[in-house]
Ligand binder design. Structure first.
Ligand SMILES: Nc1ncnc2c1ncn2[C@@H]1O[C@H](COP(=O)(O)OP(=O)(O)OP(=O)(O)O)[C@@H](O)[C@H]1O
Ligand SMILES: [Mg+2]
Length: 324
């Protein structure tokens, strides 16, 4: 049994308009997605801005009201509040938010911010609590004097580490990390990612790692789902996605990873333009008549792509010929 099994998840936001402010339509932020997260792994959820990643993440922690579908944890559907309560789910699953400045209460000191989940879930004495907060600061590489400071007194990278410390405070099974390093510059990104990996090894945590950048995900994730306008267009192992991508949207995200090798920049630019041209001109091959992704079909035990079976086979065949 997987740690988390997400099945046909849909989250729609109502659109209100007119004088009576009636619900006239809805945004299908998440439009029927399914995937599983295994214990101890890092699962990547990748897509452009607005594709529905944060909405998915918030649904998995129980912060978003789900329209339909299920999220199974230990045999129970946690989209229902009574099941979350029965399983102590809010203790086991924590979130690191996209925007560290607005997710950390500006009026609280770091000691209180990190201790908050402990106060909610564990009954520690004052001394035990302080010791635990100090250990957590140490794990994420911050000094003890951070205890009495406020969030604005830290850099973005330090604040993200505070977010990591708070998320691991209760020793959770799963952490939803929503773009945990996107706001940081490259050298600081690597530091925070290394802390996250170290914590994973020490505590056996699973991550749902959300990002718009396939470059960042590559070093973190075993399995990856690519999200496009509320649907999944491709899921697979790291090897499937990086070395054998099939959907044009996945190829486009791959082409957007900056090329660091100066010698191959011209080649990289040419292939990026070629992918972009296919993406613009062959919309009707890759998307249905409403411009939405098709249902996923399996093409190997680990790899699925959102295309009619015959189109998927045709692309696989073409790629084989190109490589041969
Ligand atoms: N509370 C809300 N009410 C109405 N629409 C919303 C709400 N939250 C999100 N949306 C819409 O749902 C869609 C998905 O939003 P979401 O925040 O999940 O995207 P995302 O993939 O996390 O994007 P980003 O990379 O910019 O963070 C967007 O079209 C967004 O405008
Ligand atoms: Mg988001």
């Amino acid at each position: 049994m997987s740690l988390i099994e997400i099945k046909n998840l849909e989250v729609h936001y109502p659109i209100r308009s007119g004088f009576w402010n009636r619900v006239t339509d809805s945004v299908k932020a998440v439009d029927g997605i399914s995937f599983n997260i295994e214990a101890g792994e890092t699962y990547g959820l990748v897509g452009e801005s607005g594709s529905g990643k944060s909405t998915t993440g918030k649904s998995v922690v129980g912060l978003e009201k789900v329209t339909s579908g299920s999220i199974m944890y230990q045999g129970k559907d946690i989209t229902k509040k009574k099941n979350r309560e029965a399983l102590d789910y809010n203790h086991d699953v924590q979130m690191i938010f996209q925007d560290s400045l607005s997710s950390l209460n500006p009026r609280k000191r770091i000691e209180d911010i990190i201790a908050e989940p402990l106060r909610n879930f564990e009954h520690l004495s004052k001394d035990e609590e302080k010791l635990r907060v100090l250990q957590l600061l140490d794990i994420v590489g911050l000094d003890a004097d951070a205890l009495y400071k406020y969030p604005h007194q830290f850099s973005g990278g330090q604040r993200q580490r505070i977010g990591v410390a708070r998320a691991v405070a209760t020793n959770p099974k799963l952490i939803i990390a929503d773009e945990p390093v996107s706001a940081l510059d490259l050298s600081v990104q690597a530091q925070v990612l290394n802390f996250m990996k170290k914590i994973q090894r020490e505590f056996g945590i699973s991550y749902l790692f959300i990002s718009h950048d396939l470059g960042v995900v590559r070093h973190m994730c075993n399995n990856i789902a690519i999200m496009n306008r509320g649907r999944l267009v491709e899921i697979g192992t790291r090897d499937d996605i990086y070395n054998h991508p099939i959907h044009i949207y996945t190829k486009r995200l791959l082409a957007a990873i900056p090329e660091t090798n100066v010698n191959s920049r011209a080649e990289h630019r040419a292939s990026r333009l070629a992918v972009e041209e296919i993406y613009q001109k062959q919309q009707d091959k890759y998307y249905d008549k409403d411009g939405l992704a098709y249902p996923l079909v399996p093409i190997s035990p680990t790899h699925s792509v959102a295309l009619p079976q015959d189109v998927a086979q045709e692309i696989i065949k073409q790629e084989g010929e190109v490589q041969a």
